[in-house]
Design a binder for this molecule. Structure first.
Ligand code: PNS
Length: 201
């Protein structure tokens, strides 16, 4: 009997409960599922490749047919290299559709033998994205229901380091000047000074 292997590519910066939900669903319909983290030197990720790999490995330790890998270059080339027949992608809402359709059709053009399979994560994760998780964490919001506990812990550690770094950066004179500021300006100045580094994406 033919065994079907699929690749689930993505940035996973960081992996969320939505990703985990999709991995679980994928692991039920494919014989083998490779979660492939894109190594993109042009992006400035919050988590290193090694950190993302380690988080995904821990999150998926209970799934026997799921493995974690990293890749660079085209997803279709990677999929061929590992002898996968399908690419798995999640669609949360209609807004994802256009981009995903474009990508699936381009991948088909590049490699007609490879199928893209779309799955929907549970409704409760339809609003969830790595970008929003990063933003909520950076601004001090609760992230516990959005990501697995080990990811939440790692995010908290990152934010602590970023805050300490920014606090240490402040000069004595800036602090003194801030003390003399009207309260409204002081608040925004404090926010600016304690904000973790800005990220694109
Ligand atoms: O989780 P993301 O960031 O939405 O994942 C996007 C990803 C990694 C699937 C996409 O950017 C990708 O496949 N990149 C690899 C380069 C590639 O194959 N580009 C052509 C896609 S049509």
């Amino acid at each position: 009997m033919k065994r079907i292997k699929a690749v689930y590519p993505g940035s996973f910066d960081p992996p969320t409960n939505g990703h985990l939900d999709l991995i679980e669903r994928g692991s039920k319909i494919f014989d083998e599922l490779v979660v492939a983290i894109l190594r993109n030197p042009e992006k400035d990720p919050l988590f290193s490749l090694a950190e993302r790999r380690q988080m995904l490995e821990s999150m998926t330790a209970g799934f026997e047919n799921v493995s974690i890998d990293t890749f660079h270059g085209l997803t279709v080339d990677y999929a061929l290299r590992v002898e996968a027949q399908a690419i798995l992608r999640g669609i949360r809402a209609i807004s994802d559709y256009e981009y995903e359709l474009q990508m699936a059709l381009m991948n088909r053009k590049l490699q007609p033998g490879l199928e893209t399979v779309f799955m929907m994560p549970a409704e409760k994760y339809s609003y969830l994205s790595s970008r929003l998780v990063r933003e909520v964490a950076e601004l001090g919001g609760a992230i516990d229901c959005l990501v697995p506990e080990l990811v939440a812990q790692k995010l908290r550690e990152k934010m602590d380091v970023a805050h300490k770094f920014n606090d240490g950066d402040r000069r004595e004179s800036d602090l003194k000047a801030a003390e003399r500021m009207p309260s409204e300006r002081l608040t925004s100045e404090r926010k600016r000074n304690t904000k973790p580094r800005k990220r694109k994406s």
